[in-house]
Design a protein around this ligand. Structure first.
Ligand code: 5AD
Ligand code: SF4
Length: 477
């Protein structure tokens, strides 16, 4: 069994050329099997995480297609299955093991089938141990730092029987110019940085995604120009903490300066970004957003907790008052902005009073939408060692109380613009009713409206007729 846990591996200067050669070699193999079986080989990809993972999965799919695989939505007919996993909360891990059990049965029926596992979960040593022990039919295991090596790992697997394991502890390299297959033709995520240096005490991301590193502005700008030439009108700049973009570059640049450069690119009509850490959000960024015609009227600003006592234990490096002040400033400067957030309930030592502080912030900031999570204990993080882990029944009650508050306020906030005329990017045919198109407002809200599917990918003028709580019904103007 090839069982190499690499710690010091690195990417070559001409890494993308090397990988294209592996893609070509894999393609020869895939075509030869397709000839033998008299049918095209199919691949299934499942992405379980955040937008960063979704972007990584687009790269994996781009590589699989170049290798000659056809993508399928049916896992049961796939000759290649790849799971890009998430480990932010424990229930994501449990789902993976459930699915793996089922995959083992499928593999017995298809001797050409290959199974690959990648993403954040694979950066945890005990996960890899468990896969080796209980799911030995898995062919390839790799992590978040060497995703660019995918073609090489597949090639190695085609030439060996054992499990190929290649996990890097960290990397300071960014490999540019790999193939990628966009899920949407008209919008795309663009990585601007990788990793995170914040070490919030509950969060496993810094351990599985490594240290923060920014892409060079010119590489980002070139990618956006290329996307624009391909017909993309909306881009989402991706990073765990975009507000600290550029700090570690040889020629430092701020995120706000990067936005100004991207704004100049013709053809791009909308710019979004994710995620902002409140401690690093600058006045310069607020000004650039305010003056911009392209930056969307939406800011995702994770609160996590409204209790200064808990925020300190979380290592968030702002207080309740800092956050409220910042949110008020943003709303004052950009009145039509939508603020959304992430909140965790049940952090160790959290009391009913702490939850009331969080609810107080929700009432003051009045989010248009909020993701609420129950705290999940992640091995290796400082919070996992803390005393006073909160019992589950207590968390549930507080969680429900918070959720109700969040939903009621969000619905009230969203109602305020009912009747207005909005620019909407038409994104897809509605999944329940095919006479409707589903689109997105600049402020990230969803609207369903009657239209032909030919409008998909364009910006339409839509009147919001009715607010249904967390989405609108609209009509084309
Ligand atoms: N438990 C619950 N939620 C978490 N998040 C991150 N780590 C945890 C955890 N251990 C949430 C945070 C973050 C979002 C992406 O996931 O709210 O902003
Ligand atoms: Fe995790 Fe905090 Fe980094 Fe976000 S900023 S990825 S919550 S450590």
């Amino acid at each position: 069994m090839a069982d190499a846990i690499n710690i010091e591996n690195t990417a070559a200067e001409n890494e993308s050329d090397i990988q294209y050669q592996y893609i070509e070699k894999c393609r020869e193999y895939v075509c030869s099997i397709a000839d033998k079986t008299g049918r095209p080989l199919k691949a299934f990809s499942k992405c379980m995480g955040c937008q960063m993972n979704a972007k990584d999965s687009e790269k994996l799919i781009g590589i699989l297609k170049l290798m000659g695989y056809e993508m399928t939505e049916e896992e049961s007919e796939a000759d290649f299955v790849i799971y890009n996993t998430c480990t932010v909360r424990e229930n994501a891990n449990l789902k993976v093991y459930g699915r793996l059990g089922m995959l083992g049965t499928l593999k017995k029926k298809n001797r050409f089938m290959k199974i690959a596992m990648c993403g954040c979960m694979m950066q945890e040593a005990d996960v890899v141990e468990k896969i080796k022990k209980s799911y030995s039919f898995v062919d390839i295991v790799f992590g978040t730092h060497n995703i660019f090596k995918f073609a090489q790992l597949v090639y190695n697997s085609f030439n060996s029987d054992g499990m190929i394991i290649d996990i890097w502890k960290d990397t300071d390299k960014i490999v540019e110019d790999l193939p990628s297959e966009r899920k949407y033709s008209f919008k795309s995520g663009v990585n601007i940085m990788y990793g995170c240096n914040n070490f919030c005490s509950y969060c496993i991301v810094p351990y599985v995604r490594g240290r923060e590193r920014s892409r060079k502005p010119q590489d980002i700008i070139n990618e956006v120009k290329q996307l624009s030439a391909d017909g993309v009108v909306e881009i989402m700049l991706l990073g765990q903490n975009v507000n600290s973009y550029g700090k570690n570059l040889d020629e430092p640049i701020t995120f706000a300066q990067l936005l100004r450069e991207i704004e100049k690119i013709e053809g791009i009509k909308r710019i979004r970004f994710m995620t902002s850490h409140p401690k690093d959000l600058s006045d310069e960024l607020i000004l650039v957003m305010k003056e911009s015609k392209k930056i969307c009227r939406h800011l995702h600003l994770p609160l996590q907790s409204g209790s200064s006592r808990i925020l300190e234990k979380m290592n968030r490096r702002y207080t309740k008052e800092d956050y409220i002040k910042l949110a008020a400033k943003i709303r004052r400067e950009i009145p039509d902005i939508a603020l959304t957030t992430d909140i965790i309930v049940g952090f160790p030592g959290e009391t009913a009073e702490d939850v009331m502080e969080t609810i107080d912030v929700v009432r003051q900031v009045r989010y248009e939408s909020a993701f609420t999570f129950i705290y999940s204990k992640r091995t290796g993080t400082p919070a996992a060692q803390m005393e006073n882990q909160v019992p589950e029944n207590e968390v549930k009650e507080n969680f429900n109380m918070l959720l109700k508050e969040v939903q009621d306020i969000a619905a009230e906030e969203m109602k305020k613009i009912t009747g207005s005329e909005q620019e909407v990017l038409a994104e897809m045919v509605n999944e329940q009713d095919s006479s409707l198109i589903t689109g997105r407002l600049s402020n990230n809200s969803i609207v369903h409206f009657k239209a032909d599917k030919s409008v998909i990918g364009t910006i339409c003028k839509v009147r919001l007729i009715e607010c249904k709580g967390f989405y609108y019904i609209g009509e084309l103007i």
